[in-house]
Structure formats: C-alpha cells, structure tokens
Write a protein that binds this ligand. Structure first.
Ligand code: GTP
Ligand code: SPV
Ligand code: MN
Length: 590
C-alpha cells in the first residue's frame, strides 16, 4: 500500500462518490490474483478452461452490447473545444465530470473497489509513467495485471509524487446509452462508465498510453503512437528496428510476431517482437529516435490467428491467457475461433452463450473482435530488448491501412515532411475493433484518429517538429498496404510471414542498398526488387500490387483536400504543400 497523500485523497473522494462495500488493494502477487480468479469463476464472470491443455486460461463472455471500443462515446474534455480539435468528441470538463460522476454515483454499492497501481513501461525506466485505476470488475483487474506492470513496486517507485494518472472505471449496468469514456488531459484523469470491454476499461492502454500520453508528448517533445515495434535480424547485420502504425485490426500484432518464410529462414533471417500496439518514442542521446513498448502483454484479435498465419501468437496464448468472446468447445473445454486450424467444434457454446454447432451453424461462433489477453513473456519471439529501459533505435516508420484498391503494396516518402503527409493521409476500411459498420472507408491519420488526445492539426505539427529535432537522424517513412484485392475480392498479397519481403526492401532502402524509382507517390520498388521466391505471387500480380491508378488518386487527393479543411489554420503548411505537389505529380502521370 501507499502513504502517497495525493493517492489517498483521490481514493477517498472517489469512494464518497461510488460508495463501495469495501476496498481491495492489488499487490500484484500471484496468490491474490489466484484468489480473484477463483471468485470470478464462482460468480460466473469467468470460466476456467482445460487446465491440462490451456493451463491457467480463462474465458469471458461480455454483454453482447459491449464487444468493442465505443469511439462515438469517447470524449476529450479539454477546457476549450479547440484543444480537442475537429476529429475528437469534446465535452466541457465541468459538464463531463458532472455527467459521468453522476452516472458513477453509488455504482459500487455492495461491490468491492479494486485499487490497481500500475506502470506503463518498466518502473526502472525514466520513460515510464504511473497510473492508478479503480475498478469494480475482477475481469478488468486480471487483464490489467497481464497488460501492465502492477503491484507494490509501483507505490515504491511513485513515492509521494503527484505525477500519476487517475483512472476510474465503473461497470454500472452496461447501459449502452449511458456508456462514456472521458479523458481530462489537463487533470491526468480518465473516467469510464457502463462498459466492461478492452480499450474502454483497460485504462492504461488506449486511454492513458495513447490519449493522455500523446497530450503529454506534445508538451514534452516525445510521441505516443499506435504502433508495433519489431526487430529484424538479417544475416551478417545487426538487428534493425521498425515501427508500424496500422489502424485497429489491420495487422500490427501479426507483423510484430512475423515468422520469416522458409526461404528467408534458411538465409538466417529472424524477427523479434518488442511491441504489438503502442510505442512511446523519444530522441535518444545519440540523436536518433528510440522506442519503448509501454505495455506488458498482448490484447490481440483472436479470429484469423492460426498455425499458418501467426504461430507465435498461437504459442503465446497456450497458458496464463484470458480469452474474451471466443467459442467454448465443450468436448474438451478449450477455445476456438473462425480462422483457427482444425474443424469448428460441433459441441460448443458461441460468444453469445448459446449452444453452437460449428458444422451446421449459420452464425459466427466467435465475435469478430474476440480477443486474447496474454503476457508478453509467453511470446516465443519476444525481443531480448523488450525490457531495455532505453528502448530500441528506430530505422524505419511504416504507415498503412486496409485499402482494397488505390494504395500500392509499398512506397517510400521523399523526406520526413512528406512522410508525415503520407501518415496524415491514411484512410482505412473500418473493422470490428470499434462499434459501428465494418468495411467503411474513413480517414485515420497515423492510425491515431481514435486515440489522439488533442487537436489533430497540432498533432501533425508535432510530427513535423519532431522531424526537425531529429534532422539527418530521422528514420525513413514508408507506406504499405497488405489488403489490395482482385476482381473476385480476394487479397492479392499473401501477407503475414510474406510481409518480410517488403520489410527486406524497406531495410535495404534505409541502408542505401537498393535503388528505387521515383513515382507520383514516392520512391517505389520495381517488380524485380521484391523477392517472390517461395510464393505463389506472379510477377504480373506484383506489377498490379505496385501500380498507381491515376483516376483513383485524383479522387483520393480531392477527398484529402476537403478532409484537411477542418483543420483550418492548424494544418501545417508542410501538409498542404505536399498535397499540392502530389496533385501536380498525379496530373503529370500518363
Ligand atoms: P488491434 O489489436 O485492434 O490494434 O489490431 P492489429 O492491428 O494488431 O491487427 P491484427 O494483427 O490482430 O490483425 C487483425 C486481422 O487482420 C486478423 O484477422 C488477421 O488475421 C488479419 N491480418 C493481419 N495481417 C494480415 C496480412 O498481412 N494479410 C491479411 N490478408 N490479413 C492480415
Ligand atoms: C484496438 O482497437 O486498437 C485495440 C484493442 O488494440 S482495444 O484495447 O480495445 O483498443
Ligand atoms: Mn490497437
């Protein structure tokens, strides 16, 4: 426990509002967590899975109205609307506190308040930041204990400092119409009511490590990004590190845990995972950009995870894992989801809790945004640098999204400002990770649209500023798209492990080992520059993947122009200039 005055004062204030039956301080010990797992199984909140096949693994079925982040109910509550900017929902802080604390009032009646002290990043690292989350949900406690560093050591490290992020989570009665996730960046405070799902309630993750942290980063010259971090070891070279920002459910976990295709494996290539969702980036003593992963676990998308697509993720979820909204196989009390190897179980229960026969069912057994929560240490390819308090130096930054057409497989930006423009121009088809329709194309600059804790125009300017500070040492910036489809709507590029073929070209470019040709979009490889050995991709298909359709890009740039209008004077001139030149280059295309 702690004697920290600001912590004790705040908890007392919150207790008066939510009115818990009792308070339990989470100490991070296995004994305490085990006790909580038992309680959750007794109450039905969790289901214990087959101890032999899936040791210490649990299943959770959430309320069917509560299966993804609620973006349209997520608010940035800065003193002025201008600070939150045109892409965020905004509420006046006073109004928001009244509203959500009103909903929270007495919501812990007859319930326990769990106090979770946690750190984003290693406590030993000067880049780490501390948070305290209050919750009435054991599921949330157990997830936070996997996703962050939790326990007594956090209090020791905090001492009497007031520099920590307050987080109040109230499950309430999961009323969708009163579900709100509110951020008060100027008060280091997050309040979430009426949800019990992932990013809405694991307050260290998107709420703190992206929304609040991005706000801090702008003031303190660092960056909090929705990025994976991976290391690629090529034969006879040092490991090089890459960050990649893709929107939710667009392939970060899969790229971060990539297994090289046979051809590359034989040559001695190896890929290491440092992080799969969030990167905190700072300029190091050597002037380069360094990245740490502030998380301690993976909250990954289950569907599509198989021995073929991501054997590392599959190996990661064989023990000490919480599964949310997947299928329960009643024959052996294990789990299943669409896209997993093997036939669908016939004697099963679907994510809704109904009897489900995978052979005859017409509905999906697992929710498309069903997830696993697993400790980083389970990952067979976890980087030896994972716990390095300094992080890893970054050679390349990649942006990408889900685009059926328009965006080619890969291109390299001409310089940092052009790269920032490319990031700001990312659009992607929506996925099940957020509530709402799937497959709708929308703008998602740097994959941060749902996660930027302040004015996105100012965020673009912050990117430009970081590039100026980095100067010559700035990483190169690339754009990729694994999701182009053919006439039949099938993905042309095999993706997953084969994405290493593109990373290989990217690293060659970072080391000036390969020529590229200048196109309207940026520097690009030719059909001969991407190694296809061991794939079924034909040269013709690769040509198609690398093609730029003039008509589509004329539409794209016209659309971008109107998208940028909302940022008004906050749009950096570097972005508008780059759009102007891109339009000219496209006009000149044959
Ligand atoms: P969040 O955790 O929501 O941030 O998602 P993420 O970006 O980590 O996405 P993830 O790697 O979990 O992938 C989401 C979905 O995309 C899964 O169903 C994957 O199977 C699929 N996917 C990932 N990589 C590829 C790829 O290279 N090609 C194709 N076709 N699908 C992919
Ligand atoms: C995402 O949606 O980008 C996720 C899952 O990584 S959540 O934690 O729910 O945000
Ligand atoms: Mn994510």
């Amino acid at each position: 426990m702690t004697k920290n005055k600001s912590v004790i004062k705040w908890i007392e204030e919150m207790k008066k509002i939510v009115n818990p039956k009792n308070v339990v301080w989470i100490d991070g010990s296995e004994a305490q967590l085990e006790q909580l797992r038992k309680e959750a199984c007794e109450s039905g909140e969790l289901i214990k899975l087959n101890e032999e096949k899936l040791p210490n693994c649990y299943l959770r079925r959430t309320n069917p109205n509560d299966v993804a982040r609620a973006e349209n109910r997520t608010y940035i509550c800065t003193p002025t609307k201008e600070e939150a900017g045109p892409t965020n929902n905004w509420w006046d802080p006073e109004f928001a506190y009244d509203k959500v604390l009103g909903i929270a009032k007495n919501s812990y009646e007859n319930k326990t308040m769990y106090v979770i002290p946690y750190s984003m990043g290693m406590t030993e690292s000067k880049f780490s930041k501390i948070g305290v989350e209050l919750t009435d949900s054991i599921y949330t406690v157990l997830n936070m204990a996997i996703m962050t560093r939790v326990g007594q050591k956090i209090w020791d490290s905090l001492g009497d400092s007031n520099n920590w992020v307050r987080g109040l989570h109230c499950s309430c009665d999961l009323d969708e119409d009163n579900r709100y996730v509110c951020h008060f960046p100027q008060d280091n405070t997050i309040i979430s009511v009426n949800s019990c799902y992932g990013g809405n309630v694991l307050l260290g993750k998107k709420c703190f490590a992206l929304r609040i942290a991005s706000y801090m980063g702008e003031r303190e010259n660092w960056m909090a990004e929705h990025m994976l971090i991976l290391g690629v070891k090529r034969p006879n070279e040092e490991t090089k590190y890459i960050c990649a920002a893709f929107p939710s459910a667009c392939g970060k976990t899969n790229l971060a845990m990539l297994i090289p295709p046979e051809y590359y494996k034989k040559k001695g290539y190896k890929v290491w995972c440092v992080g799969d969702d969030i990167a905190w980036l700072r300029i190091g003593k050597d002037g380069r950009l360094w990245a740490v992963n502030p998380e301690n676990g993976f909250f990954g998308v289950a569907p599509g995870t198989s021995k073929k697509s991501n054997p590392n993720a599959l190996a990661t979820v064989q023990k000490n894992t919480i599964f949310t909204n997947v299928v329960q196989n009643l024959d052996d009390n294990t789990v299943w989801w669409e896209g997993l190897d093997g036939d669908a179980p016939e004697n099963a229960i679907d994510w809704l809790g109904n009897k489900w026969n995978g052979k005859t069912a017409e509905t999906k057994g697992a929710h498309p945004n069903s997830r696993f929560t697993a400790p980083s240490t389970n990952c067979p390819c976890l980087s030896p640098e994972f716990n390095n308090p300094e992080g890893v130096p970054i050679s390349a930054i990649i942006f990408g999204g889900r685009r059926a057409h328009t965006t080619p497989l890969v291109y390299e930006s001409f310089d940092w400002a052009h790269g920032v423009f490319c990031g700001s121009a990312v659009s992607s088809e929506s996925t099940a990770a957020s509530t709402g329709k799937v497959g709708v194309l929308s703008h998602n600059p740097m994959a941060m649209k749902p996660f930027c804790g302040y004015n996105m125009g100012k965020y673009f300017a912050h990117w430009i500023k970081m590039g100026n500070l980095l100067g010559e040492k700035a990483p190169k910036i690339f754009n990729v798209n694994w999701f182009r489809t053919n006439g039949e709507g099938k993905f042309i590029w095999p993706g997953f492990g084969d994405n290493l073929r593109v990373l290989d070209w990217i690293l060659d470019r970072c080391e000036n080992k390969k020529e590229a040709h200048k196109t309207a979009l940026g520097f690009m490889p030719t059909e001969d520059d991407i190694n296809l050995e061991g794939t079924k991709v034909s040269k013709e298909e690769l040509t198609n993947l690398l093609s730029i359709d003039k008509d589509l890009w004329e539409k794209e740039t016209a659309d971008l122009e109107s998208y940028y209008e909302q940022f008004g004077k906050d749009l950096p001139v570097e972005i508008s200039e780059n759009l102007k030149y891109l339009k000219l280059r496209i006009k000149e295309m044959l």
